[in-house]
Design a protein around this ligand. Structure first.
Ligand code: GLY
Length: 440
């Protein structure tokens, strides 16, 4: 994208943020929105800090992800102020002076110590201060007013064109990593080696990625959030599940792929079946569709695949009704994504509060809203062979519904998950992930 086009998109984005912030402040009865970027946190009895994670409300305004001790102030009708900490420090690299397409829209005040920020903040009594408790600076203590948070979080689901551009760029990076990871798997690398190949290709350190890489060979793919990164390759690599994202200007992508070592085997055939079903689910990301319905339909589709492969002996409907499909697909179909990999307000009923329940029996679904243009969601169906959940099926009296020999045949592969990030539009969905793979 040209610098001019980016600058135009960013200006529009800022207009939206200012408009949202103005309404949120009015709802809460405040005059100023004040957002600390956050602070470093230290390990107990130690002077070593944890990886810094910027306040998402801060990076929504400016693409700054490595600036603890800075603040954003917005007062309706005025240019936003950025209080930018550029400390005198010879132990660490000091942040560069602000530059780029966004800078001209801010009144920027450079400070040299974190405490100096207080001189530039409005009187605290009229401020909605959005942040974590550790960001308190004197009388400026984060109060996170519910009415303000409800409004901002609800509307954050609707991405601006600028945000979509950032997410396309994040997807392009993530796809570079996925392609490098698959090459490393096929060359016989360990989980750790694959992870390093991924980071190298994305050009991001583990702490810059939006979440810990899940790199799972063989049975490890049955652990939903497997992040151990085994240091030695297995003797017989059969399958490879990688759930790994990338960041761009504070925005995330979240991508999962599953590969079989044997391209002619039954596991590869099951991967292809899940992939085809997943594409159908992505196509359901349309305005007016209840995300809960996509989740329920996914159970039916995945149970259908399990039946087709001889694992289930009952109909998809019976598998869903008896909770058997949940033993093989024990997580939600996905979540909102944007500034955070699991974006906020997945259950929000409105911009003034309330929540939409999850369907009974589906405790891990993270999003229950009706889809509307601008929302970006993940679609991540999976089939896993997890002992403790399969035992439950037997305990619940449904052992006859499963062909246990077929389960044993698939167990050495662990599981399958395919995940894309999909934009709901006025018409057909935009699949950020598939588009990035196609362009790579
Ligand atoms: N893809 C990782 C997660 O959703 O937690």
């Amino acid at each position: 994208m040209s610098a001019t086009a980016l600058a135009i998109l960013y200006r529009q984005h800022l207009d939206v943020l200012e408009q949202r912030a103005s309404v949120a402040l009015e709802r809460g009865g405040f005059e100023h929105l004040v957002v600390p970027s956050g602070t470093l946190h230290y390990q107990v009895f130690d002077d070593r800090d944890y990886p810094y994670a910027v306040n998402p409300h801060f990076k929504a305004w400016a693409p700054l992800t490595r600036n603890p001790g800075s603040w954003l102030v917005f007062t309706p009708g005025k240019r936003p102020t950025l209080i930018y900490l550029q400390p005198f420090d010879y132990w660490h690299v000091v942040p560069q002076a602000p530059s780029g397409y966004w800078v001209e829209h801010f009144d920027i005040r450079i400070i040299r110590t974190a405490d100096e920020a207080a001189q530039h903040l409005p009187p605290p009594s009229r401020c909605a201060i959005i942040g974590e408790p550790q960001s308190a600076l004197g009388e400026h203590v984060p109060n996170n007013p519910q009415a303000v948070i409800d409004y901002l979080h609800y509307h954050r689901a609707y991405k601006t064109p600028y945000e979509l551009a950032m997410m396309r760029a994040a997807s392009a990076s993530g796809v570079r990593g996925h392609l490098a990871a698959e090459r490393a798997f096929r060359a016989g690398a360990s989980e750790f080696g694959i992870h390093l190949a991924y980071c190298q290709a994305v050009r991001q350190d583990a702490n810059e990625l939006p979440y810990n890489n899940i790199v799972a060979l063989n049975e490890h793919a049955a652990v939903l959030h497997y992040t151990e990164l085994g240091r030695l390759p297995p003797k017989d690599p059969r399958s490879f599940l990688i759930d790994a994202g990338a960041s761009h200007a504070g925005y995330a992508c979240d991508i999962t792929r599953t590969h079989a070592a044997d391209s002619a085997g039954e596991f590869q055939a099951m991967v292809q079946a899940v992939d085809a079903a997943q594409l159908g689910m992505c196509d359901q990301v349309r305005a007016g569709t209840d995300y809960k319905q996509i989740h329920i339909d996914a159970h039916l589709a995945l149970a259908g695949i399990l039946r087709e492969f001889g694992v289930l002996k009952v109909s998809p409907e019976a598998a869903l009704e008896r909770g058997i499909s949940s033993a093989f697909f024990p997580h939600g179909i996905g979540h909102g994504i944007g500034l955070q990999v699991h974006d906020v307000a997945g259950f929000a009923a409105s911009d003034s509060g309330g929540s939409i329940d999850k369907p009974t029996g589906h405790p891990y679904l993270r999003l229950t809203r009706v889809l509307e243009p601008g929302m970006v969601v993940t679609i991540e169906p999976g089939i896993y062979f997890i002992d403790m959940l399969l035992e439950e099926v037997k305990k619940n009296g449904y052992g006859d519904a499963v062909d246990w020999d077929r389960v044993e045949a698939f167990k050495p592969y662990g599981g399958i998950r395919i995940e894309d990030d999909v934009v709901c539009t006025d018409a057909a969905p935009e699949n950020l992930t598939r588009d990035a793979f196609a362009a790579a």
